[in-house]
Design a protein around this ligand. Structure first.
Ligand code: 5RP
Length: 262
């Protein structure tokens, strides 16, 4: 497999591979969305099929639900599961406090609900997602289609009073049409460059009529598992302040997921 994957994909894979060690038999697992999360779903699928791991999954998008089912993982709704033991998801940015920007893949609403309904949120990411200050990645804000231009104008007005470096906003597109989320909403991407106070901004954005949710995950993530292209993995836990390192050996796993393209 190592010959077929780019360094960035190796980094995503090793982060996912290490993170599934946190999943125990009988757990209810929240499954994130995106290319890194997809590796996690495949790793868990392998454990389910080959080692009889018994888990119940709550996916955060139709894409992830489909992949999980294809992998032979039992999928239920959050309402059926009620509460989750762990959620494993990717991120677009994480800072030293493990505050996140999420939603690059458009699934921030279900992702935030599922992560918040979990005892533990584990983020899996390659090292390129690490930032000193959040905001270089455009902040996704989910808005309802009704009156979205008014919501956009209100968001822009609100940003004037916020400690951010940029204030440009754009409607996320899918070709010629607006991108539509799983809930039938639109996404505004906020090009802020630097977010001095993610907690305040996240709170204020959610007060605007028409805004459903924003992609700032503040005080939600417990652990980040960081993958590197050479197979190194670092696990940082914000609650106990620990940092652990390990090394994944690609040679021993040559045929793992060999038939998959990401
Ligand atoms: C989807 C997300 C993803 O977790 C985020 O965009 C990271 O994706 P990837 O692992 O593909 O880089 O928030 O809404």
């Amino acid at each position: 497999m190592s010959g077929e994957l780019s360094p960035i994909d190796k980094a995503k894979f090793v982060a996912a591979k290490r993170a599934v060690d946190f999943v125990e038999d009988g757990m209810r697992v929240g499954m994130g969305t995106g290319s890194t999360a997809a590796w996690m779903v495949r790793c868990l699928g392998e454990l389910v099929r080959e080692e009889g791991l018994n888990i119940t999954a709550v996916p955060t998008s139709t894409r992830t639900a489909e992949l999980a089912r294809d992998e032979g993982i039992k999928v239920v709704s959050l309402d059926e599961a009620k509460w989750l033991d762990i959620t494993i998801d990717g991120a677009d940015e994480y800072d030293a406090h493990l505050n996140l920007i999420k939603g690059g893949g458009g699934a921030l609403l279900q992702e935030k609900i599922v992560a918040t309904a979990s005892d533990r949120m584990v983020v899996i990411a390659d090292i390129s997602k690490q930032v000193e200050t959040l905001g270089a990645f455009p902040l996704p804000v989910e808005v309802i289609p009704f009156g979205w231009k008014t919501s956009k104008a209100l968001v822009e007005e609100t940003l004037v009073g916020m400690d951010v470096l940029g204030r440009e906003t754009s409607l996320r597109m899918n070709g010629e049409s607006a991108y539509i989320t799983d809930e039938g909403n639109y996404i505004l991407d906020l090009h802020l460059k630097r977010i001095a106070d993610p907690h305040q901004l996240g709170y204020v954005l959610n007060q605007i009529p028409g805004v459903v949710e924003n992609g700032l995950f503040v005080d939600i993530c417990d652990t980040v598992v960081i993958g590197f292209g050479d197979g190194k993995v670092e696990v940082r836990d914000i609650n106990n302040g620990t940092v652990e390192e390990s090394q994944f050996d690609f040679v021993d796993s040559d045929n793992l997921f060999a038939d998959l393209e990401d």
